[in-house]
Design a protein. Structure first.
Length: 276
C-alpha cells in the first residue's frame, strides 16, 4: 500500500504542468488560415462551437511533455484519452488554446503550421492526432462565447500551474478510489455552493478555460454544471466529450487536418445537414 501511495504521489507531482511546455519562444504574428467553406455554419438562429482535443506525438519520447502526456493518460478514466483541448468558432485551422509558454498563454493553434505555436512545434504532425467535437448553440450563445474568448485573447488569461496540482490529486482519487458510478462527470459534485459560476477568473488550464467560457455563454452547459454541482476548475480535456449536446465529428492527423475538415463538411452525413 505504501508503494502504491508513493506512486500516486509521484504521478500527482509530475502532472502539474499538464498542457505546459518548457519552450519560451512564441510567434505573436500568426497568419490566419482561412477557407470560406469552413467558416460559417449559422442557420435558422443556431450555430456551432467547436472543440479540438489533442493526442500529440512528441519528436523526443523522453521529453517532459511526453512523460506528462503518458501520466495523464494513465489516470484518465475515459476510453478516448486527450492531453490538451482548444476552442474554435469555425473549422478553419485557427483554434484557441491555453498553454504556458512565452509572454502570452492563450494562443492560436494551427495543426498544419506547428512552428507557429511552441506547444505544437515539439510534435510530429504526421503522427499526432486530433479529434473535433461540436456543440450546437443559439446564435446569441455563440456570440457570447466568442466575445469571452476574444476578451481573454486580447486582454489576459493565465495558465495556472498550481491548478494542475488540484486536478492531479482529484483525478487520482477519481480513478483509483471512487466507485464506477461516481467516476462519471455528472456524479462528481465537487462545487457544493455554486458561487464560482458568478465569479470572474483569469487563471485556468486548457480545459477549465473552455468550461468557464461555456458556463458563461451557453445556457445548457451552465445548467448542467449547476444541477450537478461541478467545479469547472477540475475539468480535464476528456471530460468535454461528456458535456450535454457535444457531438464527435472527425479525427485526423495534425498534418491532414484541413483536408479532413473539408472532407467532413462535404460529406452527406455531416451535422450541418443532418441536424435540424
Amino acid at each position: 500500500m505504501k508503494n502504491k501511495i508513493l506512486s500516486f504521489l509521484s504521478i500527482y507531482l509530475l502532472l502539474f504542468t499538464s498542457c505546459a511546455t518548457t519552450t519560451n519562444q512564441q510567434n505573436d504574428e500568426v497568419p490566419l488560415i482561412y477557407k470560406k467553406s469552413l467558416s460559417n455554419f449559422e442557420k435558422d438562429g443556431y450555430n456551432y462551437i467547436f472543440f479540438r482535443l489533442y493526442y500529440p506525438d512528441y519528436n523526443n519520447p523522453l521529453c517532459i511533455e511526453n512523460t506528462l502526456k503518458n501520466l495523464i493518460g494513465f489516470i484518465d478514466i475515459h476510453p478516448e484519452k486527450y492531453s490538451h483541448a482548444a476552442i474554435g468558432f469555425d473549422l478553419n485551422d485557427n483554434f484557441i488554446g491555453l498553454t504556458s509558454a512565452g509572454p502570452k498563454d492563450l494562443k492560436i493553434e494551427q495543426c498544419t503550421n506547428i512552428n507557429s505555436n511552441p506547444f505544437m512545434e515539439k510534435c510530429n504532425p504526421k503522427k499526432s492526432i486530433q479529434t473535433i467535437y461540436a456543440l450546437k448553440v443559439t446564435s446569441q450563445e455563440y456570440k457570447r462565447a466568442k466575445e469571452i474568448v476574444d476578451y481573454f485573447y486580447y486582454e489576459k488569461a493565465d495558465y495556472s500551474i498550481g491548478l494542475n496540482f488540484a486536478i492531479g490529486l482529484f483525478e487520482i482519487k477519481r480513478k483509483f478510489f471512487s466507485s464506477q458510478e461516481s467516476k462519471q462527470l455528472k456524479n462528481l459534485g465537487t462545487n457544493k455552493n455554486g458561487s464560482q459560476y458568478n465569479e470572474y477568473s483569469d487563471q485556468f488550464v486548457c480545459s477549465s478555460f473552455i468550461s468557464y467560457v461555456l458556463i458563461n455563454s451557453v445556457d445548457s452547459i451552465r445548467q448542467f454544471f449547476e444541477e450537478n454541482n461541478l467545479d469547472y476548475n477540475l475539468i480535464i480535456p476528456s471530460d468535454i466529450i461528456s458535456f450535454p449536446g457535444v457531438q464527435k465529428l472527425f479525427t485526423s492527423s495534425w498534418q491532414s487536418y484541413t483536408n479532413a475538415a473539408l472532407a467532413y463538411t462535404n460529406s452527406e452525413n455531416n451535422i450541418f445537414n443532418t441536424n435540424k
